[in-house]
Design a protein around this ligand. Structure first.
Ligand code: COS
Length: 383
């Protein structure tokens, strides 16, 4: 058993850490205030070769797999959650849907450009009445000669307004539902009839753009169909297995930041004539957070290892996402408590981390959905 990161992973971690400390952290407050992750940051990540960290080398990526992606996600989130999410919509669920579902020809065509950051991806599954139950989607794709015509609306799409190509899931056989009735398409955002709608005003992660996308008879060539007709739901779920894991890595990064700030603050803040770090009430909170961070880290990287080893990891990724997001909520809550009034002030970063963290229990599958995935697997396969 080897728990050491390889030299390559250490290099990419150092690169992502340096980028985060030098380019992300100093402008995190501006990103939140302006509700925008500057394009220059994406370009810088492209130049550093981070956009294709999980894309296999034969398709122009760095080939560091889910392990590499988790390392980068963790580091970026230490600096700013919105930057990490903007990155993840492309490098995780955008590009990974092509890795999971694409034909050889599609991988050759799209992945090298995605790895270089020249083509940015996004992932469009949810609809107004199909969030936890994506099988209930109503966006349709109807065959028209050599093309398909897409019609419908997707909601809560990260980077929907900046992506060049969006993986869109649509019903191709209503009678078959999730099992064989949904197909995935790679839809160029400059297609006629593709329209960006409302942008969400959110509690946290305000720099990350979340929009509605409308498809008004968008014509898509059959060559843009991702995987076989009817395989869309499996591609969506296989991609989400990876997305949930990457999100657990985000939670880990955010938790580390909140915890590190809490440790330094508790050593500086004086109460009852001594630093609050010397009070047992504070020490217990710091100890609980340290224990949970260690558990998060262990789950994230063990699950990434499972994925990269080609083993099924749906249950483990749901466990990692469930545990990491719930633990993060407790950790940022403790961080606010340790910081007292300073933790509640918008002048200090803890208040932002508290808001940024809350959605992790909701998106890419709520905690309740993760429990459902885990319980189904436990009942089917034991353990
Ligand atoms: N990988 C590959 N295939 C999968 C899979 C996975 N992780 N999970 C399910 N499938 C397959 C199943 O094997 C099944 O295939 P067959 O019909 O050939 O047996 C098919 O997909 C349908 O699966 P299932 O019957 O489990 O579908 P349900 O409609 O019951 O949905 C849940 C299952 C609820 C778990 C799923 O809808 C889900 O994850 N919902 C949350 C969605 C979500 O996370 N949304 C957030 C927004 S996306 S950013």
């Amino acid at each position: 058993m080897d728990f050491e990161f390889s030299d390559e992973l250490r290099m990419v971690r150092d690169l992502a850490r340096e980028f985060t400390d030098n380019s992300v952290r100093p402008i995190s407050a501006d990103i939140e205030r302006n509700h925008c992750v500057p394009r220059a940051l994406i370009d810088e990540m492209s130049e550093l070769g981070l956009m294709g960290v999980a894309i296999p080398e034969e398709y122009g990526g760095t080939g560091l797999g889910e392990m590499g992606l988790c390392v980068v996600m963790e580091e970026l989130t230490r600096g700013d959650f919105s930057v990490a999410v903007t990155y993840g919509a492309h490098a995780s669920i955008g590009a990974m849907s092509v890795v999971v579902g694409g034909t050889e020809e599609q991988k050759q065509r799209f992945l090298p450009q995605m790895a270089q950051g020249r083509v940015l991806g996004a992932y469009a599954l949810s609809e107004a009445n199909a969030g936890s139950d994506p099988g209930a989607m109503t966006t349709t794709a109807v065959r028209d000669g050599a093309d398909w015509i897409l019609r419908g609306e997707k909601v809560w799409i990260t980077n929907g307004d900046s992506a060049d190509i969006v993986t869109v899931y649509a019903v191709t056989d209503k009678a078959r539902g999730a099992s064989g009735g949904i197909t995935a398409f790679l839809v160029p955002s400059n297609s006629k009839g593709f329209a960006v709608g409302k942008r969400e005003e959110k509690m946290g992660q305000r720099g990350s753009s979340t929009v509605t996308l409308a498809f008004d008879d968008v014509r898509v060539a059959d060559a843009q169909r991702l995987g076989a007709v009817g395989d869309g739901f499996k591609i969506a779920m296989g991609t989400l297995d990876r997305g949930r894991l990457a999100l657990a890595a985000n939670c880990l990064g955010c938790a580390r930041e909140a915890h590190a700030l809490s440790v330094s603050y508790s050593k500086e803040r004086i109460a009852f004539g001594k630093p609050i770090a010397e009070l047992q009430a504070i020490q217990w909170m710091l100890a609980d957070s340290a224990a949970e961070i260690y558990a998060m880290e262990s789950m994230v990287y063990r699950t990434a290892w499972l994925c990269d080893a080609g083993q099924r990891f749906s249950r483990e990724s749901a466990i990692a996402k469930l545990f990491a997001s719930e633990a993060l909520d407790r950790i940022v809550d403790r961080a606010v408590q340790i910081h007292g009034g300073m933790g509640y002030s918008a002048e200090f970063v803890i208040e932002k981390l508290y808001r940024d963290a809350r959605v992790t229990r909701i998106y890419e599958g709520t905690s309740e959905i993760q429990r459902l995935v885990i319980a189904r697997d436990v009942l089917k396969n034991g353990g």
